[in-house]
Design a protein around this ligand. Structure first.
Ligand code: SAH
Length: 210
C-alpha cells in the first residue's frame, strides 16, 4: 500500500487537480510520505487527505503541499526558505529537494525532534531546525526569498513581511473559521497580495511547548 504504484496514483491525481510544476511532482513522487505518519496510518499516506501527527496537529493533504510549493517556486529557483510549522517534516522534505537551504521552525518540541531525526535519516543536509514561535520569523538567517507557513494566523505577522527579501514570496493561510491561502510578493514599493484558495489549517499559536 506504500508501493511505487500507490505513489504514482497520487501524482496522477495531483495532475488532475492542475498541479503543473514538474519539479514539484517529481519530488513528491520521490518522497516517502508514509514515513512521516504513524505506522498505523502509513497505508493512507498517499490518499488525498490530511492526517493526524499527534499533539492535535495535522499533515496537510498532498494537494495543499504541492500547491504551496508550486506557488513558492513560481518565480524561479530559491536560495533560502523559512518554513513556519515543521510538524511531521513532510513539507520540509519536499522543500529541501527544491531549494538550496531550508530553515524550519516548530513550537512543539517533540514534533520538532521527531522531524529532525527523520529528515537526518533521509540524508537531507540543507535544513536547519529551530524550536521557537515562528510568528516572530527567524531573523538570523533572513531575509528569505521564500517564506511558507503551514499554520494560520488571524493576520499576517509583521515580522514575516519584514524578513522577506525584495522579490521574495510568502505563502500563508490567513484567517480564523474561514481561511484563505495568500501569496504575498515583496515589491520595490511594498507588498502585492493575491488570494489563492479557501483552506483549512491549524492555527498559528504563540509561545512554545517543551
Ligand atoms: N508542514 C507540516 C504541517 C504541520 S501542522 C507537515 O508537513 O506535517 C502545522 C504546524 O505548525 C504544527 O506542527 C504546529 O505545532 C506548528 N505551529 C503552529 N504555530 C506555530 C508557531 N507560532 N511557530 C512554529 N510552529 C507553529
Amino acid at each position: 500500500m506504500t508501493s511505487q504504484r500507490t505513489r504514482e496514483r497520487m501524482i496522477t491525481r495531483l495532475r488532475e487537480q492542475h498541479i503543473g510544476d514538474q519539479r514539484v511532482l517529481e519530488v513528491m513522487r520521490a518522497t516517502p510520505r508514509h514515513m512521516f505518519v504513524d505506522e498505523a496510518l502509513a497505508q493512507r499516506a498517499y490518499e488525498d487527505s490530511s492526517l493526524p501527527i499527534g499533539y492535535s496537529q495535522t499533515l496537510s493533504q498532498p494537494y495543499i503541499v504541492a500547491r504551496m510549493s508550486e506557488l513558492l517556486l513560481a518565480a524561479g529557483p530559491l536560495h533560502s526558505v523559512l518554513e513556519i510549522g515543521t510538524g511531521s517534516g513532510y513539507q520540509t522534505a519536499v522543500l529541501a529537494q527544491l531549494v538550496e537551504r531550508v530553515y524550519s521552525v516548530e513550537r512543539i518540541k517533540p514534533l520538532q525532534l521527531r522531524a529532525r531525526q527523520l529528515l537526518r535519516s533521509l540524508r537531507h543536509r540543507n535544513i536547519q531546525f529551530r524550536h521557537s514561535d515562528g510568528g516572530m520569523g527567524w531573523d538570523t538567517h533572513g531575509p528569505y526569498d521564500g517564506i511558507i507557513s503551514t499554520a494560520a494566523p488571524e493576520t499576517i505577522p509583521e515580522e514575516l513581511l519584514m524578513q522577506l527579501a525584495p522579490g521574495g514570496r510568502l505563502v500563508i493561510p490567513v484567517g480564523g473559521d474561514i481561511q484563505h491561502l495568500q501569496l504575498v510578493v515583496r515589491t520595490d514599493s511594498g507588498f502585492d497580495t493575491e488570494i489563492v484558495d479557501q483552506v483549512r489549517f491549524v492555527p498559528l499559536l504563540g509561545g512554545v511547548v517543551k
